[in-house]
Design a protein around this ligand. Sequence first.
Ligand code: HEC
Length: 139
Amino acid sequence: MRVFLSAILTSLFVSLPLAASADVITERQANFSASGKSLRMIGGAIGEGNFAFIEAEAAKLAKWADMMPEFFPAGSESPKASPDIWTEFEQFTQLTADFGAAARALGDAAVSKDASLVKARLGEVGQTCKSCHWRYRSR
Ligand code: HEC
């Protein structure tokens, strides 16, 4: 599972800005699912004291946050994405940046090997997922 996740997240890092297509929707959904799995694996790694793993996953999450706006090009509407994303793209991008900042703070906590700080920062990352979903994800 870890290998599979890394494969997804690694492949996206080499992607160039994407044109609107069915692929971009599929790819972003795969990256979102991978990030959900990543959060769960990080939760497990806290218990194991595997801070190196947490640091690496946090770096992948931060890169995904940086690239996320490119995965929402104009014309890539989908049933689960609110149309407001494209009329309020600046606000949407602010939420991707908040997620990136939280992921970087999580990485810093992993470097400090402070399990309770890592736990708190993981919770903060989760909050940034929720704030964006609350506003911009349709169900
Ligand atoms: C800046 C906004 C934003 C942030 C931050 C964000 N998401 Fe999402 N997420 C979305 C949108 C929009 C969709 C719907 C995408 C689509 O279907 O086109 C989505 C979809 C998803 C899905 C469903 C994917 C699928 O297969 O349909 C999962 C799971 C998910 N997000 C998890 C997360 C997790 C976990 C985080 C935080 C680590 C996160 N998201 C952060 C906006 C965001």
